[in-house]
Write a protein that binds this ligand. Structure first.
Ligand SMILES: [Zn+2]
Ligand SMILES: [Zn+2]
Length: 592
């Protein structure tokens, strides 16, 4: 079954690449001066890098190119291959001023090749190894579309000329293309940069700097709810909260190994009084020092710490207006320090935590698990002893079996210090996101000389188990915004209920009802502005608030309410008491 899919995918890639020849042939007819570089198939389509000389190409030119392509396809042109003597091919490319092809052929000659493969399509010839479809009649009408333009340096080298890259989308048929175009449209609508602004969740300031988002009151409501949820779940498994400073001496990271790993990503802080610090790039090393602050006995273990604190990495460039790449991220991090015998139970607990957390977002079930193990042919890439690695990998396999995780073994995906379980979720547009991870680490405790006294009074090294549940709040929020398209589950919604006054006379009633909701810990907002009810409803709908309540004469006494649920145009009558208990129950149960 899988094999069949793969060959289907392969045949689509061949079609996509063949279309790049068709596009080049069409462009050669429209722009005889154009010179061609390379035109591979890519995800969802293909591109071709072309030198248009002095002619400036815009997306307005796409229509005539597509028309010409459709015309050529209708001629049922054959892809005809022939081998050509490399010197002849070189001369031909030179005579035709195909400077890029000339360079490619000359490289092949240097490699010792004596002939090259040429494909002919109608009047258009191109250097190519293939494979292609045999005839353009294999391409269905409406199955492709020129998509966008970009600049691309010849051979990716910025000292070379910048060529015009034309990207195209191509699928098996028109339906496939339409489906993909709809997906793109939907993704644009859900873009967290756009929705984050519309829903007023975070902002940026030029004075603060790029890559440094600030969260508005509404954004913080979501972050606080996520934090509360994760901490509640983790407390149930014995985690205790700690707080560590954002600065540390470089020595801490030299001991942990992070100074080397993040050398160009460290923010260094110094003062005129002689302070020299780095902003913490990770949380783990600080937590080892809380463990090390006291004598530990086997009776104390496991010791489990968690924190939600900022960490800092000097990434190359901050992504403009977005949360995906920022300099300061708030990371929810946790570690368990335990004995070798306790490791398995600790991992089992962490998997249960991940399950509980993601279930409340409706994401559990739509995931797969990677059992990320060593690259056995490159043991030098890892630290720690081989027998520890063997033990851990076997343990993770047992856990996968016992918990029915159906983990897929991925060689070479382990962390520097140990194997791990990685969880991959799919968002509502089918995009895969990897966030939670559970990692076993024998090495870090040894580097920091962490010890505990065992039953016989001997000093032993504890094992450290790292776990991340949501990763960073910044990235997680961006994913949630896009997954829910801004329509968050009620427990996460910054405003859970909105009251809309019919006229000025109903403003006081709104405030009375609002007070009642507030005393029940329901987040409520009032719109008693001087606009029409229709406008106010439209605005609240755009804010994606779970419940809208229109307050007029009938509702003014606060006994009965007219409720409009998100996603529905109907209004339902319900008593205030019943409505409050319904909403509270949905919040409590984290209804998705
Ligand atoms: Zn080709
Ligand atoms: Zn860690």
């Amino acid at each position: 079954m899988e094999k069949e899919n793969m060959s289907e995918e392969n045949s689509l890639q061949i079609k996509r690449h063949s279309l790049s020849h068709v596009m080049a042939a069409a462009i050669k007819e429209l722009y005889p001066e154009a010179k061609f570089a390379i035109g591979p198939a890519i995800n969802n389509g293909f591109y071709y890098d072309i030198d248009f000389g002095d002619t400036k190409i815009t997306t307005n030119d796409f229509k005539k190119m597509e028309k010409k392509m459709a015309y050529l396809i209708k001629q049922n042109l054959k892809f005809e291959q022939r081998e050509e003597n490399i010197n002849e091919a070189l001369k031909k490319a030179h005579d035709n001023c195909e400077i890029y092809k000339e360079e490619l052929i000359s490289d092949l000659k240097k490699e010792g090749q004596e002939s090259v493969s040429i494909y002919k399509l109608g009047n258009f010839e191109d250097l190519c190894r293939g494979p292609h479809i045999d005839n353009t009649n294999k391409i269905k009408a409406g199955s492709f579309k020129l998509h966008k333009l970009a600049g691309a340096y010849w051979r990716g080298d910025e000292n070379n000329k910048m060529l015009t890259r034309i990207y195209a989308l191509a699928f098996e048929d028109k339906e496939g293309l339409t489906k993909h175009l709809n997906l793109i449209k939907e993704a644009e609508k859900r873009d967290h940069r756009k929705l984050g602004k519309e829903l007023d969740l975070f902002c940026f300031s030029d004075l603060v700097g790029p890559g440094l988002p600030m969260f508005t009151p509404k954004g913080v409501v979501i972050i606080d709810e996520l934090r509360k949820h994760i901490e509640d779940v983790c407390r149930g498994y014995g985690f205790e909260k700690v707080i560590t400073p954002h600065l540390a001496k470089i020595d801490l990271y030299e001991t942990s190994g992070h100074a080397k790993k993040f050398s160009d990503e460290l923010f260094r802080v110094s003062s005129i009084k002689g302070h020299e610090f780095v902003m913490k790039p990770v949380q783990c090393p600080h937590q080892t020092q809380i463990y090390a602050s006291k004598q530990r006995s086997y009776r104390d273990l496991p010791i489990r710490y968690m924190e939600s604190e900022k960490q800092y990495r000097a990434e190359k460039t901050g992504e403009v207006g977005g949360l995906s790449r920022v300099y300061a991220i708030t990371v929810e991090d946790g570690h368990s320090f335990c004995t070798v015998d306790q490791v398995k139970q600790e991992i089992v607990n962490m998997v249960k935590i991940i399950k509980e957390f993601y279930s409340a977002l409706g994401l559990w079930g739509n995931h797969w698990v990677s059992l990320s193990v060593r690259d056995y042919s490159h043991p030098e890439k890892y630290i720690g002893e081989e027998k520890d690695w063997d033990t851990c990998e076997r343990m993770l396999e047992e856990i996968s079996e016992e918990m029915n995780l159906k983990a897929i073994r991925k060689e070479g995906e382990a962390a520097l210090y140990g194997p791990k379980l990685d969880f991959m979720f799919k968002d509502s547009l089918g995009k895969e996101i990897q966030i939670p991870t559970v990692q076993v680490d024998f090495a870090t405790p040894k580097r920091f000389n962490l010890v505990y006294t065992d039953k016989n009074g001997q000093e032993q090294s504890p094992v450290m188990v790292h776990r991340a549940i949501l990763g960073s709040y910044e990235r997680f929020l961006s994913l949630l915004i896009e997954h829910f398209a801004g329509a968050f589950p009620i427990w996460l919604s910054p405003v859970q209920v909105k009251l809309i006054s019919v006229s000025e006379n109903h403003s006081e009633a709104c405030h009375n009802i609002s007070d009642k909701f507030k005393s029940e810990n329901i987040r409520v907002e009032i719109d008693d502005s001087n606009e029409t009810v229709g406008n106010k409803i439209r605005k609240a709908t755009q804010e994606k608030i779970p419940y809208l309540l229109v307050i007029g004469d009938k509702e003014a006494d606060g006994k009965m309410l007219s409720v409009r649920e998100r996603g529905s145009a109907d209004t339902k009558e319900i008593s205030t008491t019943d409505f409050i208990s319904k909403v509270k129950e949905e919040i409590e149960n984290k209804k998705v």
